[in-house]
Design a binder for this molecule. Structure first.
Ligand SMILES: [Zn+2]
Length: 282
Protein backbone atom coordinates (compact mmCIF):
# COMPACT_ATOMS: atom_id res chain seq x y z
CA UNK A 1 0.00 0.00 0.00
CA UNK A 2 1.25 3.42 -0.87
CA UNK A 3 0.65 6.02 1.83
CA UNK A 4 1.65 9.57 1.10
CA UNK A 5 3.08 11.13 4.22
CA UNK A 6 5.05 13.99 2.71
CA UNK A 7 3.30 16.98 1.17
CA UNK A 8 3.05 16.90 -2.62
CA UNK A 9 6.07 17.85 -4.67
CA UNK A 10 6.42 21.63 -4.93
CA UNK A 11 6.19 23.14 -8.41
CA UNK A 12 9.32 23.54 -10.52
CA UNK A 13 9.71 27.26 -10.02
CA UNK A 14 10.48 27.68 -6.37
CA UNK A 15 9.08 26.36 -3.12
CA UNK A 16 5.64 27.33 -2.01
CA UNK A 17 3.57 26.67 1.04
CA UNK A 18 -0.11 26.24 0.54
CA UNK A 19 -1.71 27.20 3.83
CA UNK A 20 -5.23 26.26 2.74
CA UNK A 21 -4.19 22.74 1.95
CA UNK A 22 -2.57 22.12 5.33
CA UNK A 23 -4.95 24.15 7.43
CA UNK A 24 -6.65 22.08 10.02
CA UNK A 25 -9.97 22.88 11.47
CA UNK A 26 -8.42 22.90 14.93
CA UNK A 27 -7.83 26.48 16.01
CA UNK A 28 -6.30 27.99 19.15
CA UNK A 29 -8.91 29.89 21.14
CA UNK A 30 -6.85 32.67 22.67
CA UNK A 31 -3.82 33.01 20.45
CA UNK A 32 -3.67 34.53 17.03
CA UNK A 33 -6.03 32.68 14.80
CA UNK A 34 -4.17 33.12 11.56
CA UNK A 35 -1.72 30.49 12.71
CA UNK A 36 1.28 32.69 12.03
CA UNK A 37 4.32 31.54 13.93
CA UNK A 38 2.50 28.75 15.72
CA UNK A 39 3.46 25.21 14.86
CA UNK A 40 0.67 22.68 14.74
CA UNK A 41 2.61 20.71 17.36
CA UNK A 42 2.04 23.62 19.76
CA UNK A 43 -1.70 23.14 19.53
CA UNK A 44 -1.42 20.13 21.80
CA UNK A 45 -0.50 22.35 24.74
CA UNK A 46 -2.98 25.11 23.93
CA UNK A 47 -6.66 25.57 24.50
CA UNK A 48 -8.19 24.72 21.18
CA UNK A 49 -11.64 24.48 19.79
CA UNK A 50 -12.79 22.70 16.74
CA UNK A 51 -14.18 25.00 14.10
CA UNK A 52 -17.70 24.33 13.00
CA UNK A 53 -18.09 23.50 9.37
CA UNK A 54 -18.03 26.77 7.50
CA UNK A 55 -20.24 27.73 4.63
CA UNK A 56 -18.33 27.29 1.39
CA UNK A 57 -18.95 30.11 -1.00
CA UNK A 58 -18.19 28.11 -4.07
CA UNK A 59 -18.24 29.91 -7.37
CA UNK A 60 -20.59 28.65 -10.02
CA UNK A 61 -18.33 27.80 -12.94
CA UNK A 62 -21.12 26.68 -15.26
CA UNK A 63 -20.07 29.41 -17.68
CA UNK A 64 -16.78 27.55 -18.22
CA UNK A 65 -18.63 24.71 -19.97
CA UNK A 66 -19.64 26.98 -22.82
CA UNK A 67 -16.87 27.38 -25.39
CA UNK A 68 -18.11 30.73 -26.69
CA UNK A 69 -18.18 32.25 -23.20
CA UNK A 70 -14.77 30.84 -22.37
CA UNK A 71 -13.35 32.45 -25.48
CA UNK A 72 -14.87 35.80 -24.58
CA UNK A 73 -13.50 35.63 -21.05
CA UNK A 74 -10.09 34.62 -22.38
CA UNK A 75 -10.07 37.56 -24.79
CA UNK A 76 -11.04 39.93 -21.98
CA UNK A 77 -8.28 38.55 -19.74
CA UNK A 78 -5.73 38.94 -22.52
CA UNK A 79 -6.92 42.49 -23.20
CA UNK A 80 -6.44 43.36 -19.56
CA UNK A 81 -2.99 41.82 -19.40
CA UNK A 82 -1.64 43.27 -22.66
CA UNK A 83 -3.35 46.71 -22.56
CA UNK A 84 -4.72 46.07 -26.04
CA UNK A 85 -8.27 45.19 -26.96
CA UNK A 86 -8.23 41.54 -28.04
CA UNK A 87 -11.41 40.43 -29.77
CA UNK A 88 -12.53 36.84 -29.18
CA UNK A 89 -11.39 35.40 -32.48
CA UNK A 90 -8.77 32.73 -32.94
CA UNK A 91 -6.62 35.05 -35.03
CA UNK A 92 -6.66 37.77 -32.38
CA UNK A 93 -5.86 35.36 -29.58
CA UNK A 94 -2.89 34.03 -31.56
CA UNK A 95 -1.72 37.60 -32.02
CA UNK A 96 -2.00 38.12 -28.26
CA UNK A 97 0.20 35.08 -27.68
CA UNK A 98 2.78 36.41 -30.09
CA UNK A 99 2.70 39.83 -28.44
CA UNK A 100 3.19 38.32 -25.00
CA UNK A 101 6.06 36.20 -26.28
CA UNK A 102 7.82 39.27 -27.68
CA UNK A 103 7.18 41.29 -24.53
CA UNK A 104 8.44 38.60 -22.19
CA UNK A 105 11.45 37.95 -24.42
CA UNK A 106 12.33 41.62 -24.28
CA UNK A 107 11.85 41.65 -20.53
CA UNK A 108 14.26 38.76 -20.15
CA UNK A 109 16.87 40.39 -22.36
CA UNK A 110 16.59 43.61 -20.37
CA UNK A 111 16.90 41.75 -17.06
CA UNK A 112 19.96 39.92 -18.36
CA UNK A 113 21.59 43.17 -19.41
CA UNK A 114 20.83 44.71 -16.05
CA UNK A 115 22.45 41.71 -14.40
CA UNK A 116 25.56 42.02 -16.52
CA UNK A 117 25.85 45.74 -15.83
CA UNK A 118 25.10 45.97 -12.12
CA UNK A 119 25.54 42.34 -10.97
CA UNK A 120 22.13 42.54 -9.33
CA UNK A 121 18.68 41.59 -10.42
CA UNK A 122 16.45 44.47 -11.53
CA UNK A 123 13.65 45.67 -9.26
CA UNK A 124 11.13 45.03 -12.02
CA UNK A 125 9.87 42.51 -12.75
CA UNK A 126 9.66 41.30 -9.17
CA UNK A 127 10.22 37.67 -8.30
CA UNK A 128 6.49 36.94 -8.39
CA UNK A 129 5.97 38.73 -11.69
CA UNK A 130 8.91 36.97 -13.27
CA UNK A 131 7.72 33.62 -11.99
CA UNK A 132 4.24 34.02 -13.44
CA UNK A 133 5.73 35.10 -16.76
CA UNK A 134 7.95 32.02 -16.76
CA UNK A 135 4.96 29.83 -15.98
CA UNK A 136 3.04 31.28 -18.90
CA UNK A 137 6.02 30.78 -21.19
CA UNK A 138 6.43 27.20 -20.05
CA UNK A 139 2.75 26.58 -20.72
CA UNK A 140 3.34 27.67 -24.31
CA UNK A 141 1.75 31.11 -24.23
CA UNK A 142 -0.52 33.29 -22.21
CA UNK A 143 -3.75 31.88 -23.60
CA UNK A 144 -2.52 28.32 -22.99
CA UNK A 145 -1.75 29.28 -19.40
CA UNK A 146 -5.19 30.80 -18.74
CA UNK A 147 -7.07 28.06 -20.53
CA UNK A 148 -4.98 25.31 -18.93
CA UNK A 149 -5.88 26.54 -15.47
CA UNK A 150 -9.53 27.17 -16.25
CA UNK A 151 -10.31 23.93 -18.02
CA UNK A 152 -8.37 21.75 -15.60
CA UNK A 153 -10.11 23.30 -12.61
CA UNK A 154 -13.62 23.40 -14.02
CA UNK A 155 -14.05 20.69 -16.63
CA UNK A 156 -11.65 18.15 -15.16
CA UNK A 157 -12.43 19.19 -11.59
CA UNK A 158 -8.81 18.96 -10.44
CA UNK A 159 -7.41 20.35 -7.20
CA UNK A 160 -5.45 23.59 -7.35
CA UNK A 161 -2.32 21.81 -6.11
CA UNK A 162 -2.49 19.29 -8.94
CA UNK A 163 -3.13 22.00 -11.50
CA UNK A 164 -0.29 24.08 -10.08
CA UNK A 165 2.09 21.18 -10.51
CA UNK A 166 1.02 20.69 -14.11
CA UNK A 167 1.17 24.39 -14.96
CA UNK A 168 4.47 25.02 -13.11
CA UNK A 169 3.04 27.68 -10.85
CA UNK A 170 1.85 27.88 -7.25
CA UNK A 171 -1.59 26.78 -5.99
CA UNK A 172 -2.21 30.38 -4.96
CA UNK A 173 -1.59 31.47 -8.55
CA UNK A 174 -4.13 28.92 -9.77
CA UNK A 175 -6.83 30.04 -7.36
CA UNK A 176 -6.21 33.71 -8.00
CA UNK A 177 -6.32 33.26 -11.77
CA UNK A 178 -9.49 31.21 -11.48
CA UNK A 179 -11.15 33.85 -9.31
CA UNK A 180 -10.11 36.61 -11.71
CA UNK A 181 -11.54 34.73 -14.66
CA UNK A 182 -14.76 34.11 -12.76
CA UNK A 183 -14.99 37.79 -11.87
CA UNK A 184 -14.36 38.70 -15.49
CA UNK A 185 -17.10 36.31 -16.65
CA UNK A 186 -19.49 37.88 -14.17
CA UNK A 187 -18.72 41.36 -15.40
CA UNK A 188 -19.00 40.28 -19.03
CA UNK A 189 -22.41 38.77 -18.34
CA UNK A 190 -23.49 41.92 -16.53
CA UNK A 191 -22.09 44.10 -19.32
CA UNK A 192 -19.95 46.18 -16.94
CA UNK A 193 -16.59 45.03 -18.31
CA UNK A 194 -14.19 47.82 -19.27
CA UNK A 195 -11.75 47.23 -22.09
CA UNK A 196 -8.54 49.03 -23.01
CA UNK A 197 -9.05 51.85 -25.48
CA UNK A 198 -6.24 50.75 -27.78
CA UNK A 199 -7.77 48.78 -30.64
CA UNK A 200 -5.62 47.23 -33.35
CA UNK A 201 -8.10 47.09 -36.19
CA UNK A 202 -6.12 45.75 -39.14
CA UNK A 203 -3.03 43.68 -39.77
CA UNK A 204 -0.82 46.74 -40.39
CA UNK A 205 -1.69 48.22 -36.99
CA UNK A 206 -0.96 44.89 -35.33
CA UNK A 207 2.44 44.58 -36.96
CA UNK A 208 3.24 48.17 -36.05
CA UNK A 209 2.39 47.51 -32.41
CA UNK A 210 4.33 44.26 -32.44
CA UNK A 211 7.39 45.98 -33.89
CA UNK A 212 7.77 47.97 -30.67
CA UNK A 213 8.61 44.76 -28.86
CA UNK A 214 10.66 42.98 -31.51
CA UNK A 215 14.42 42.89 -30.86
CA UNK A 216 16.17 45.93 -32.23
CA UNK A 217 19.00 45.74 -34.72
CA UNK A 218 22.32 46.74 -33.16
CA UNK A 219 23.39 50.26 -34.12
CA UNK A 220 26.00 50.46 -36.85
CA UNK A 221 29.35 51.28 -35.32
CA UNK A 222 31.64 53.62 -37.29
CA UNK A 223 35.12 52.24 -37.79
CA UNK A 224 38.18 54.39 -37.20
CA UNK A 225 39.96 54.94 -40.51
CA UNK A 226 43.48 56.32 -40.02
CA UNK A 227 44.45 59.47 -41.90
CA UNK A 228 48.21 59.75 -41.30
CA UNK A 229 48.88 62.61 -43.74
CA UNK A 230 46.25 64.87 -42.13
CA UNK A 231 44.96 66.05 -45.50
CA UNK A 232 41.19 66.31 -45.90
CA UNK A 233 39.85 63.25 -47.72
CA UNK A 234 37.47 65.34 -49.81
CA UNK A 235 40.43 66.59 -51.81
CA UNK A 236 40.27 70.29 -50.91
CA UNK A 237 43.95 70.19 -49.88
CA UNK A 238 43.39 71.61 -46.37
CA UNK A 239 44.69 70.04 -43.16
CA UNK A 240 42.28 68.35 -40.74
CA UNK A 241 42.40 68.68 -36.97
CA UNK A 242 43.57 66.11 -34.48
CA UNK A 243 40.71 64.67 -32.41
CA UNK A 244 40.66 66.14 -28.87
CA UNK A 245 38.99 63.07 -27.39
CA UNK A 246 38.13 59.53 -28.37
CA UNK A 247 34.59 59.18 -29.71
CA UNK A 248 34.21 55.64 -30.93
CA UNK A 249 30.61 56.21 -32.07
CA UNK A 250 31.92 58.90 -34.43
CA UNK A 251 34.96 56.88 -35.49
CA UNK A 252 37.49 59.21 -33.82
CA UNK A 253 40.54 58.40 -31.71
CA UNK A 254 42.23 61.00 -29.51
CA UNK A 255 45.36 62.53 -31.04
CA UNK A 256 44.77 61.08 -34.51
CA UNK A 257 43.87 63.14 -37.57
CA UNK A 258 40.17 63.07 -38.41
CA UNK A 259 39.18 62.26 -41.98
CA UNK A 260 37.49 65.51 -42.95
CA UNK A 261 37.57 69.15 -42.12
CA UNK A 262 34.35 70.12 -40.39
CA UNK A 263 31.52 70.19 -42.94
CA UNK A 264 33.47 68.51 -45.73
CA UNK A 265 31.89 65.08 -45.28
CA UNK A 266 28.83 66.11 -47.23
CA UNK A 267 31.02 66.85 -50.27
CA UNK A 268 31.91 63.16 -50.51
CA UNK A 269 28.87 61.50 -48.94
CA UNK A 270 25.79 63.50 -49.90
CA UNK A 271 23.17 63.68 -47.19
CA UNK A 272 25.50 62.75 -44.34
CA UNK A 273 26.18 66.31 -43.22
CA UNK A 274 23.91 68.83 -41.59
CA UNK A 275 20.62 69.10 -43.55
CA UNK A 276 20.67 72.16 -45.76
CA UNK A 277 18.29 74.99 -45.06
CA UNK A 278 15.17 74.60 -47.19
CA UNK A 279 15.00 78.33 -47.94
CA UNK A 280 18.59 78.41 -49.21
CA UNK A 281 18.09 75.31 -51.34
CA UNK A 282 15.04 76.86 -52.96
ZN1 LIG B 1 37.94 69.12 -47.44
Amino acid sequence: MNIQVLPPKPPLSGLSFDLIQFNRKLRPTAARRDGDGIAYADYERMHTHRMTAGVHHRNDYSWAHNDATVREVLAAMLSKRLYVRIHPTLENIRFADKLFECQSERMMVKAHRHWEKFHARPKHPTNEEARSIFSARQAGGLSHFYLGILLRCTRQNLESTVVAEEMHCTPQNVRVMLARMHYMAKRLAAGTCRFPKRVLADEAAKQKHLAKYLPKKPAKQPVFIPNPTGLCVCGCGQMTERAKQTERFKGRVKGEFSMFRPGHVSRVRPGSGRPKNAAVAA
